[in-house]
Design a protein around this ligand. Structure first.
Ligand SMILES: [Fe+2]
Length: 382
């Protein structure tokens, strides 16, 4: 089998790495940056700090701070119009996945004319996008290194994704000091989202030694830091490990893909007001338990990376320990364990099952996943 791997994003990481943002923007030959963010991040003071850094380095800055959670086509169009009038030459996405995806959305609409909807799917963009510097303030989505932009089409009540290597941010600045003000519950569910990226990427049928090394490294770092980070978001050592592990997990899943947890989580997010990280947290142990037989050794590796003692256990017992380890972590950080606790009801299971299968995302799951399997998994997680 021939595999390819590359990470086009330059990672700048470590405490105070945000101090380097002006230098990085200048290396990209830009002088008029537009910050794309949401009102919550705006209030935290992080945007003002970054704006100051950029201006101190002689860069002109404008701020678009109206990104919504799950940004819509209208939201991206509004930001793009603002950017066009400003005549900017670079985007700085600051926040969680929604803000970073919106910055990526403005960057591709600036050079690819027409309607956003024309670019739905894989590899539809024709022209190189404008440069993007991604500054995550959560440790989970991985949007800072991936080429996917998720946008809500309100007309169809559907989330579209525009996927292209051209959408991959040029630079990601991973500085845990920017996450000190993150709400505890957001830290918990976004951390579990990152864990689910690593667990799924490690166990799909198309992983390689390169993606495996990133994924298992991320699993180890997340399992030994997430409790500490949730307990205190100003624990900079734990935060630093989480934000780097989250990018590692994303670099792995860009190539090894995600699987059934994400197929199910995406449709849950379409039908119910449940955050992506929470959906992944609840589904993950159930999907892992279902998938163990597909790759017993790799699930045993996950158990070991999460600190489980496997001495004297059969391979099957060792693999099963990975499910226990994930459930325990999830409970320890206060995450609800049932979909019904998160407002999900039974009536949509049929429709969600169909969506999950037709998305094609289950294709590389460790254990083959059919419609009956997904339905049973939804029922079990309910
Ligand atoms: Fe995810």
């Amino acid at each position: 089998m021939i595999s390819t791997f590359s990470v086009p994003t330059k990672l700048v990481y470590g405490l105070k790495s945000i101090d380097k943002i002006g230098e990085e923007v200048k290396l990209l030959d830009a002088s008029r940056a537009m910050i794309v963010t949401d009102p919550g991040v705006m209030k935290s003071g992080v945007v003002e700090l970054i704006k100051q850094h950029l201006e101190n380095d002689g860069i002109t800055v404008e701020v678009f701070d109206q990104v919504e959670a799950n940004p819509t086509i209208e939201c991206i169009n509004k930001a793009s119009k603002f950017f066009g009038e400003y005549k900017g030459d670079l985007l700085v996405g600051i926040g969680g996945g929604s803000s970073i995806d919106s910055a990526k959305g403005v960057a591709f609409t600036a050079t690819n004319p027409g309607e956003i909807i024309e670019y739905e799917g894989a590899d539809k963009l024709k022209n190189p996008t404008l440069p993007v510097v991604a500054v995550p303030t959560t440790a989970g989505t991985g949007a800072e290194v991936t080429g996917s932009v998720v946008i809500t089409d309100t007309a169809r009540n559907y989330k579209i994704s525009v996927r292209s290597p051209l959408n991959i941010p040029n630079v990601a600045i991973l500085d845990a000091s920017l996450m000190a003000g993150l709400p505890r519950q957001v830290a918990a569910v976004t951390g579990m989202d990152a864990l689910s990226h690593a667990v799924e990427a490690y166990t799909t049928t198309i992983g390689t030694p390169v993606t495996d090394a990133l994924a298992i490294g991320a699993i180890e770092m997340i399992s030994s830091n997430l409790r500490k980070f949730v307990a205190r978001r100003d624990n900079l050592e734990a935060g630093n490990n989480m934000i780097v592990a989250s990018a590692m997990a994303a670099m792995s899943f860009m190539w090894a893909r995600v699987a059934t947890v994400h197929a199910m989580a995406h449709t849950l997010g379409g039908h119910f007001n449940i955050s992506h990280g929470l959906a992944c947290s609840i589904l993950m142990p159930h999907v892992m338990e279902f998938s163990l037989g597909g790759n017993i050794n790799k699930y045993a590796d996950i158990a070991a990376a999460m600190g489980e003692s496997l001495e004297g256990l059969s391979p099957g017992e060792a693999a099963a320990k990975s499910v226990e380890a994930v459930s325990k972590l999830s409970k320890d950080i206060g995450i609800p364990q049932k979909l019904s606790d998160a407002g999900v009801s039974e009536d949509k299971i049929e429709a969600m099952t169909k969506d999950a299968i037709s998305s094609g995302i289950c294709a590389f799951n460790a254990a083959e996943t059919n419609q009956d399997d997904v339905k049973a998994l939804f029922e079990k997680a309910l």
